[in-house]
Design a protein around this ligand. Structure first.
Ligand code: GLC
Length: 433
């Protein structure tokens, strides 16, 4: 069982992180050497890092900010695509000391760790409770650690079930509520040759699999870690049934064997190419799957995740926001940037370009947004019942453990029982340290 313990994955992550850091610093140096004369003449620099797939959508917002605020110059560094790799970069930079970042673009799951480590500045004296009321409560809660706000939310997120409305309609099948209905619909349409694969989801060993798994856990009445008591529920029968459902989709040929290597983008590409009936993904996939180059444009819909009979649907609560690095030498300039990014106008612009869910409640009834994404109207309800990944300071390690054993079970290197027993034991040990 040793091969599933921390070191091989940890070592690989370490090597990747070091490589990324070197690349990043080289990028930063190159960036500096191309600075404009106005910047050299005293504009306050604000440096930030955004994942590669997101950065293009931020460029126009950054350009607007700079046009309106010539006294601040933003340097945006392109990060890796997977959230855990971006987190590793930040972690390494903060541990090394003199981090280059003023602003920290944070996934909801990093906040407790970054705040507990003292890497962030509290934001409470910069924004009033009344101003915060304009944001969705779960997004604010996800940016709060021990009653201090550390992250200004800019986008919310919730895992959804995408489906081929055209194919289900033709077959006279209602969109599935339960996992049994999903499996039956998939088998029927695969058998009739209408579609190659039934259901695609994120099975690679990375954070996205943990996010996907909490939804299935909720749908089967299982549990991961109770943040209040640190009780671990991965080895409970309900949790095992959740895992067995996922394994079953592979064994029955409903999910492709490659699903154990898929991140969000691999699933989107398959779905967009017309090769899958159902897909689990975040709202970002909607505009892409409906773009003119998509084979399924206009043929799809999305709905809350399926669940086992007698249980309920759960969307994983995701989301991103801006914090200020403790080490920043320009926290006031950084805050002006964060405020601009979180403004209604910037969030609207980002949402219209990407399909990201805004963190401001008012935008869910914005006519332009609703016209482009009619389903946003029902997203507030989905977000209300969303499932959190445990908001604990040890989240990164707990997730790493789950990812390793989940992957071991999905690829049949361990039985589900052995995998979940080991994951439970290792997670308990983590909390004892
Ligand atoms: C999305 C979510 C984030 C999650 C990630 C996993 O970016 O917003 O919370 O951790 O996907 O891949």
């Amino acid at each position: 069982m040793n091969q599933f313990r921390r070191y091989p994955a940890g070592l690989a992550r370490f090597v990747v992180t070091i490589t990324l850091i070197v690349t990043m610093f080289v990028g930063l140096l190159l960036g500096n050497s191309h600075r404009s004369p106005s910047q050299a003449q005293g504009a306050t620099p604000v440096t930030l890092l955004i994942a590669a797939q997101e950065l293009p959508y931020w460029r126009p917002i950054i350009a607007d900010f700079e046009a309106q605020n010539p006294d601040i110059k933003i340097t945006a560094i392109e990060g890796p695509t997977a959230t855990n790799l971006v987190e590793d970069l930040y972690t390494a930079a903060f541990l090394l000391g003199d981090s280059p970042y003023d602003l920290v673009y944070m996934d909801i799951v990093w906040v407790p760790k970054f705040a507990a480590a003292g890497w962030l500045r509290p934001l409470n004296d910069r924004i009033t409770p009344t101003e915060l009321e304009a944001f969705l409560p779960a997004d604010v809660a996800g940016g709060t650690y021990r009653n201090q706000l550390y992250r200004l939310p800019i986008r919310s997120d919730a895992g959804m079930l995408y489906y081929r409305k055209d194919l289900l309609d033709q077959a006279g099948i209602k969109p599935p509520e339960t996992v049994a209905e999903l499996l039956a619909a998939a088998q029927k349409l695969q058998k009739s040759g209408k579609v190659k694969w039934g259901y695609v989801w994120q099975g690679r060993q990375y954070e996205g699999a943990a996010a996907m798994f909490v939804e299935i856990l909720r749908g089967f009445g299982g549990s991961w870690v109770d943040p209040a008591t640190l009780t671990v529920g991965l080895d409970r029968p309900e949790s095992l049934r959740a895992l067995q459902f996922l394994i079953g989709t592979i064994k029955q040929g409903i999910a492709p064997p490659g699903v154990t290597t898929y991140q969000e983008e691999e699933t989107r590409r398959l779905f967009q190419n017309g090769d899958a009936l159902f897909m689990r993904n975040w709202p970002y996939a909607w505009p892409l799957a409906n773009a003119p180059d998509s084979k399924v444009a206009g043929k799809i819909a999305l709905k809350p995740m399926v669940y086992a009979a007698n249980y309920g649907s759960g969307a994983c609560q995701g989301g991103w926001g801006w914090g200020i690095a403790r080490s920043s030498r320009h926290p006031d300039a950084a805050w002006r940037v964060a405020e601009f990014f979180a403004s209604p106008a910037s969030q609207k612009r980002l949402s219209l370009a990407t399909g990201y869910l805004p963190s401001r409640r008012s935008l869910y009834s914005d006519p332009d947004i609703i016209q482009k994404y009619p389903y946003f109207a029902s997203m507030l309800d989905v977000l209300d019942g969303a499932v959190l990944r445990p908001p604990i300071a040890q989240y990164a390690q707990a997730s790493d453990i789950l990812q390793r054993y989940l992957s071991a079970a999905l690829t049949e290197r361990l039985t589900p029982e052995a995998a979940m027993a080991a994951a439970t034991a290792e997670t308990r040990q983590l909390f004892e340290n």
